[in-house]
Ligand binder design. Structure first.
Ligand code: ZN
Ligand code: ZN
Length: 278
């Protein structure tokens, strides 16, 4: 592992090992993120391991999360989906250590990695090397890959089967990033169907609803056409449960209806067509 390669403290992205860290982090300098209030700061895997550990927890049959405690960067977590065709790691975190590798190996390891968008690229190269697994990223976000590696595979078009025989489908939705994707898992939730969305679709405080943003930290919305493209992209894929990127962000029941209703509400507000509120 590249124990001393620079990792951005604010977004968690690992850069290639260099004598001096980069002058800035392009992902944080982008309007969809932010540079930390104290200015650009860097850490490393070696430092992260000193004060943090990962928790690997089964949250539903054949579905586990990997999260870092204390929380790091934007609090990313990964989901591990276990299938008879191998396991897929959906999204990623910055910390990887021997305990995490052992815990994930006990669940069957990782056959492939797929990541929703650049805010979850984190230490994907470390994870790819540790499990000898390819990382599938949508090619429309190629410019945001800070750590290039032969294990990273860019895909194009609207859908990809990342793990043949698993039933899983990556669906490009765009919106938050041009290549923002979601993952459909038809066998999930006891066959009710699951959609894992990162923050292509986010779960809001009232968990019967979801939302869509171009920039979450800076609260910049998407335009109506982009929201409608997201809904159209996932329409052919039935799901009852939706997991967004962060712990507890779950719509547990009629999630496809929740996405449709939420998109209609959002677009109505953007267009000034929502019923007058008070
Ligand atoms: Zn950053
Ligand atoms: Zn994001």
């Amino acid at each position: 592992m590249d124990d001393h390669a620079p990792i951005c403290v604010t977004c968690g992205t690992q850069f290639p090992p260099t004598a001096e860290p980069p002058s800035g982090c392009p992902i944080c300098e982008d309007e969809r993120q932010y540079v930390g209030h104290g200015g650009q700061r860097w850490t490393s895997l070696a430092e992260l391991r000193e004060g943090r550990r990962n928790l690997v927890r089964e949250i539903a049959p054949n579905l586990s999360t990997v999260s870092t405690e204390p929380s790091f960067a934007i609090g990313q977590q990964a989901h591990l989906i276990c299938t008879s065709a191998g396991n897929l790691l959906w999204d990623c975190v910055s910390l990887l250590d021997h305990e995490t590798v052992a815990a994930v190996e006990r669940l069957g390891g990782v056959a492939a990695i797929a990541i929703s968008h650049p805010h979850f690229y984190t230490a994907m190269v470390e994870w790819a090397r540790a499990f000898d697994a390819p990382v599938f990223l949508h090619g429309d976000d190629r410019r945001w890959v800070m750590h290039r590696d032969p294990g990273v595979r860019h895909w194009g078009g609207q859908t990809l089967d990342p793990l043949p025989g698993s039933g899983l489908t990556l669906i490009r939705c765009g919106g938050h990033f041009p290549g923002s994707c979601v993952l459909h898992w038809p066998a999930g939730a006891g066959g009710r169907g699951v959609l894992l969305t990162g923050d292509t679709i986010s779960v809001v405080a009232d968990r019967r609803w979801v939302s869509f943003m171009w920039s979450y930290p800076n609260q910049v919305p998407l335009d109506p056409a982009a929201v409608e493209r997201i809904v159209t992209a996932i329409e052919p894929y039935p799901f009852d449960v939706l997991y967004a990127g962060w712990a507890g962000d779950v719509v547990d029941g009629d999630a496809q209806g929740a996405v449709r209703r939420s998109a209609a509400r959002y677009v109505a507000h953007l267009r000034g067509e929502a019923p007058a509120a008070g």
